[in-house]
Design a protein around this ligand. Structure first.
Ligand code: ZN
Length: 266
């Protein structure tokens, strides 16, 4: 995959869709801890190395990947695995040991694949600063639509990678480099306050023009959508409040007896 003449996201796609499931299915979906994997690995390897014939039977002789033996056990049906193991010279006794260790669903580290995605998401959400605000996007089809393959095709490769880094707070900011253990140094652009992701996106004076542009773009998009849905749309209309003070919300939508006051934050 590394040598192929592909875009980075295409490599990731192939890696995620084919390489990982093929090589690490059990290891990944079990969420097995390191000790468990290391034990399983050394156990299987010791059995496999001792029985070259068995290695040949599994076509593993080209590989010295530490998890291949475990994966072989996972992808071959139990009955067939036993037959191959014995044909390769392994004893019935050692087969029992190997199978016990890898199929023990009662073991503490075993966890079914159904909760794996949610579990990883929770782990990331708890990270500081990487998990900041990430929980807002959990199972949000609208906010995550841009990650779908069809939508992704509209992006330049570099933009897409940058957007992913931004989504999981992995842009190379000083907050990422120093926080949360140390004190975050001042923003390299304005020098006013700590260089955090939220400062760069939300309040740094050096990014103000971009921020305004983003804000205006969103306002016009929303106004267009509102008009399409038969709302009467007012942009930046001055509104006097009950206490005689006034405000200028970005948008006001009116339809029949419903009125929505919308102020967009980017
Ligand atoms: Zn700044």
């Amino acid at each position: 995959i590394t040598a192929a003449n592909l875009k980075p996201t295409q490599r990731v796609e192939i890696f995620c869709s084919y390489a990982i499931p093929r090589s690490f299915y059990t290891a990944v979906n079990n969420s097995s801890n390191q000790t468990c994997l290391r034990n399983a690995d050394s156990l299987i390897r010791s059995k496999m190395v001792a029985r070259c014939k068995a290695k040949r039977a599994f076509k593993l002789y080209h590989s010295d990947d530490k998890l291949v033996a475990k994966v072989a056990r996972a992808v071959i049906t139990p009955g067939k695995f036993g037959k191959l193991w014995r044909a390769g010279g392994g004893s019935s006794q050692s087969l029992l040991v190997v199978q016990e260790d890898l199929t023990n669903v009662e073991s503490v580290s075993y966890r079914g694949p159904e909760c794996w995605r949610a579990e990883e998401f929770r782990k990331w959400s708890r990270k500081n600063p990487q998990g900041f605000g990430v929980c807002l996007y959990e199972k949000d089809k609208i906010s995550n639509a841009w990650l779908r393959r069809v939508e992704r095709a509209k992006w330049r490769e570099s933009q897409f990678i940058c957007a992913i880094q931004m989504r999981c707070n992995m842009l190379p900011t000083l907050e990422l480099r120093f926080g949360p253990r140390g004190r975050i140094p001042l923003c390299r652009a304005c020098g006013v306050t700590s260089e955090t992701g939220s400062h760069i996106m939300g309040s740094c004076r050096e990014t103000k023009l971009n921020r305004m542009e983003r804000h205006n773009k969103l306002c016009s998009l929303l106004a267009q959508e509102g008009a399409k849905k038969k709302w009467e749309v007012f942009c930046e209309r001055r509104v006097t409040k009950m206490d005689c003070s006034w405000a200028v919300p970005d948008l006001i939508f009116v339809r029949k007896d419903t009125l929505l006051v919308v102020d967009i934050t980017v």
